[in-house]
Design a protein around this ligand. Sequence first.
Ligand SMILES: [Zn+2]
Length: 84
Amino acid sequence: MYVVFKYNNCGTWTECAVCHEHERADVGMEPFLEGTWDWVCFECLEKVLPGGQRALEVIRAADAEREEREHLLSGPAGGDAFPF
Ligand SMILES: [Zn+2]
């Protein structure tokens, strides 16, 4: 069993595909079973992929930083002048 990290862009409630105990819904980088959209909880992630929780934290931090940078580059919505 392999776990991959993919960008989950629909925040629907999902049950862990491994333990079926934990569930959550989150948009962003999440662990899934390879080749599927079967979500894996943090506890199982660590069992299947030791060090996976730390890896996911690093990936999420990089993703958040990228989004922030893109937001800064795109400027204010609508292209209106700054109100000052
Ligand atoms: Zn689980």
